[in-house]
Design a protein around this ligand. Structure first.
Ligand code: C2E
Ligand code: CA
Length: 621
């Protein structure tokens, strides 16, 4: 139980120090560690909250100690399993205004007092607690006095080491004052969703009432991967970043504009007047550009990437709801296609319907085993030999044919299905390796890398499944690499590092994928156990023409050598890129120029022949 509490305390922005009965430090969270590190030698615990535990007197030592610590915090700490609460701390009364009886009676009692505007997402989050992923959210909650308060909820599922059961620890903190305080200091007021809809209704009616009047537009703007930013910098910084973003949106829009905040990282804007659609599109593109400029956070900077769906009133029967639906659908399409901006139009509706079907289909496809792997080789550019294979998932859809992961991985991530998808993938890989070990030992000898979604980290449940799978003989006898994108590393959390370390202990190599996209930072390399780095194709694109790209690539190569990690460059598409990279000294290259991802049958042939000769002439030749 302590492990879970420690982990929750880590996320707390206030410094907390727990002292045992002898005055020794029992638990210190991150904020306290930072404060203590900055403190001059000697001296007390500064402005950290210090909790002293008494000597344990009862048999329920752990529970009692927990109670002592928890009751000193201004938050409600609870622990529950699927059916009932096992523990609720004394702060319940202070925070919610009444005792915890109703919670003990009904495990879903928390939901009953959530504000209707927040109910659906909170219910979803509540139910997804059981899926085993730590998360946090905010909601409006009714105090026993009837007043609406703002709560910040942090949830950490963990496995009870004694029973093996999945338990859920959560911390609920009342953050109303913090927010109100900020508002009084002149925080820009965003519209709520109801106000926005009302205003939109009015604009729509005006437009319908005056044929030929200038156009107006509605856009949904979503911040990609904001969850990661939030979790790595903390919620108060996250809020500040959001404020900055909303300011940039407001400043970037011409004419009359209204902005609403529709959730943690989703904004809606409406703008008018426009002469034509292009003008509106340009305005939204400029807003996206403004959002993506670096934002300072302490000593570093972050970049927040926005995606937008844009919609215009279609015809005289247009309603506010239809417009919102169009903008939302366009945004979904933007997310799935990874386009920064998608403009809603009627032709796209078909594609949208198909994508909506995909979501529904994904679940079924998992049951029906419609996924398979292709393997893309990574070559040694000097010898032309294959050094390793990267497994890339494909979906053989019964109606749409073979679908690339770019169309469904983010969908699978949004719906949480990616966890099952990757686990099934590993199972399939184990089967494939078993076959190779018995029939094609030359192929089985190669290391195989597999892409693992960041969503798995950190989750106890998933980790257990990974370890189960890695125990299979075929996996144990192979060299397995997990390619993990940077987002995992951004959430620089000690538990993630520990989980990766445990995987390495099982013999899995950990590689950092897509280095150079998103939040690349050399910092991760110092803090995380990494055996290899894949340099994203963005660096390769200009390596022939631009001296600058080559300088960066050389520096990265030197860095990899210095750290003793392997380095693969992806996305090599032509001979000049290949030669440039080879001559710079890179020892592992991957890309369409060398080989596309291949089916199992083609792999065997390739291993024998290596890459065609002219592509792999040794440097000395
Ligand atoms: P990635 O890990 O960056 O994989 C490389 C992608 O680049 C692959 O696309 C590959 O086919 C493509 N590629 C290879 N050579 C070239 C080239 O020379 N030029 C260009 N432009 N592209 C090249 P693919 O197979 O569509 O995979 C897309 C992404 O989907 C992967 O990106 C990976 O992040 C994800 N993915 C693939 N399989 C899995 C999986 O089993 N699980 C999870 N969670 N994600 C996966
Ligand atoms: Ca990859």
């Amino acid at each position: 139980m302590w492990d879970a509490i420690r982990e929750l305390m880590e996320q707390f922005e206030e410094g907390i120090v727990v002292l045992d009965a002898d005055g020794e430090i029992a638990v210190v969270n991150r904020a306290a560690r930072e404060k203590l590190a900055r403190r001059e030698q000697g001296g007390g615990f500064g402005d950290c909250r210090v909790v002293r535990m008494g000597r344990a007197r009862s048999v329920e030592v752990e529970r009692q100690q927990l109670d002592e610590v928890a009751s000193a915090l201004p938050v409600v700490l609870s622990i529950r399993n699927r059916t009932k609460y096992l523990y609720i701390s004394q702060a319940h009364e202070k925070v919610f205004g009444d005792g915890p009886e109703s919670f003990y009676k009904n495990v879903r009692a928390f939901l009953e007092r959530v504000h209707p505007d927040d109910y659906e997402p909170v219910r979803e989050a509540f139910d997804s607690d059981l899926a085993g992923n730590p998360h946090q959210y905010r909601c409006q909650y009714q105090h026993a006095s009837g007043e609406w308060r703002k709560m910040h909820v942090r949830v950490l599922p963990y496995q009870d080491p004694d029973s093996g059961d999945l338990l859920i620890a959560s911390l609920v903190e009342d953050v109303t004052e913090v927010r109100e305080g900020r508002k009084q200091q002149g925080e820009r007021r965003l519209l709520g969703s109801a106000e926005f809809r009302a205003a939109l209704g009015q604009w729509t009616e005006e437009w319908i009432g005056r044929p030929g009047s200038p156009l107006f537009a509605v856009a949904f703007i979503d911040l990609a991967r904001f969850r990661v930013v939030n979790e790595s910098f903390g919620y108060s910084e996250g809020d500040r970043i959001l404020e900055e973003v909303s300011e940039r949106i407001e400043q970037g829009l011409p004419g009359q504009a209204l902005i609403a905040s529709l959730g943690l990282d989703l904004f809606a804007v409406m703008v008018r007047p426009f002469e034509g659609r292009e003008q509106a599109e340009t305005a939204i593109r400029q807003v996206l550009l403004a959002i993506s400029a670096p934002i300072e956070v302490g000593e570093t900077t972050v970049r927040v990437m926005g995606r937008a769906g844009l919609a215009f009133p279609r015809n005289i029967e247009c309603t506010a709801d239809a417009l919102l639906r169009d903008a939302d659908a366009a945004l979904q399409l933007a997310k799935q296609t990874r386009e920064p901006l998608v403009v809603s139009n009627v032709n796209r509706a078909v594609k949208l319907q198909e994508l909506a079907m995909l979501e529904f289909d994904l679940e079924r496809a998992l049951e029906q085993n419609e996924f398979f792997f292709e393997f893309q080789p990574v070559f040694d550019p000097n010898s032309g030999e294959v050094k390793l294979l990267e497994a890339l998932v494909r979906w053989r859809h019964p109606r749409l044919g073979v679908i690339s992961p770019t169309s469904f991985i983010s969908l699978a991530e949004d719906t949480g299905l990616v966890l099952r998808l990757d686990m099934k993938g590993l199972e399939r890989l184990a089967g494939q390796l078993e076959y190779w070990h018995s029939v094609e030992p030359a192929v089985a000898d190669l290391p195989v890398s597999v892409n693992i979604s960041g969503r798995h980290f950190p989750s106890f449940v998933m980790e257990r499944q990974f370890h189960e799978l890695l125990k299979k003989p075929a996996m144990k006898n192979s060299r397995i690499i997990f390619e993990i994108t940077e987002s995992v590393f951004v959430e620089s959390n000690s538990r993630t590092a520990a989980a990766l370390e445990r995987l390495r202990a099982e013999g899995v190599a950990i590689w950092l994928d897509d280095f150079g996209e998103g939040y690349s930072s050399l910092r991760y390399l110092a803090h995380f156990p990494v055996d290899g780095i894949k340099i994203s194709e963005t660096f390769v694109k200009n390596c022939v023409q631009e001296e600058k790209s080559r300088v960066i690539l050389s520096a990265l190569l030197a860095l990899a050598r210095g750290l003793g990690v392997q380095m693969v460059v992806e996305g090599v598409e032509n001979q000049r890129q290949f030669e440039t990279l080879r001559d710079m000294g890179f020892e592992a290259l991957q890309g369409y120029y060398l080989s596309k991802p291949l089916g199992v049958k083609e792999i065997r042939q390739l291993i024998e022949s290596g890459v065609e000769e002219e592509k792999a002439r040794p440097r000395s030749a």
